[in-house]
Unconditional design. Structure first.
Length: 168
């Protein structure tokens, strides 16, 4: 069995991350992320609702001064295999390459995925570009029988689930 790399965000200590939290609180958030990762990795629990997924992603993607596009890879029972931040952009966008998402799905042997990205502006409303890339990814992943379960946009406040809005 292939050993999985740690799921901790490589940008967790990024100096460009907004420093809205005091150091001790930032360390607490980092510990919570590690606990959540361990729970989902070891126990094989599911991210089975947009609310639970939103909470998981908000801890990882909120407060960044640049856009990050991430994918949660799931097995056939919708258990988390891996969380990966695949693309990093600027303050108003990130280039997402379907070929790389497909390659990672094959690498992790995922049967479904949850897509996610943040909006550094804080406005979680999906853009036309967000809708287009979601459609492109659905088409590309459909060719290898990987289902897109949701795409969440994280900003200030709640964040938006494409599945809840019927956009998938």
């Amino acid at each position: 069995m292939q050993k999985r790399p740690p799921m901790a965000s490589p940008w967790l200590n990024d100096p460009l991350r907004r420093s809205a939290l005091p150091e001790h609180e930032a360390q607490l958030v980092a510990e919570v992320i590690r606990c959540l990762e361990a729970r989902y990795q070891v126990a094989g629990e599911c991210l089975n609702s947009p609310e639970l997924t939103r909470e998981y992603l908000k801890l990882r993607l909120y407060g960044l001064a640049y856009e990050v596009f991430a994918v949660i890879y799931l097995n056939s029972r919708n258990q988390v295999i891996q969380y990966r931040e695949l693309f990093r952009g600027t303050i108003n966008g990130a280039s997402v390459h379907p070929r790389e998402v497909v390659r990672e799905c094959l690498h992790w042997n995922a049967s479904s995925v949850i897509l996610a990205h943040n909006h550094p502006s804080g406005v979680a409303e999906p853009s036309q570009a967000d809708l287009c890339i979601t459609k492109r990814l659905q088409e590309a992943l459909g060719l290898i029988d990987v289902q897109v379960l949701d795409h969440l946009v994280i900003g200030d406040g709640a964040g938006v689930s494409f599945a809840e809005r019927g956009l998938l």
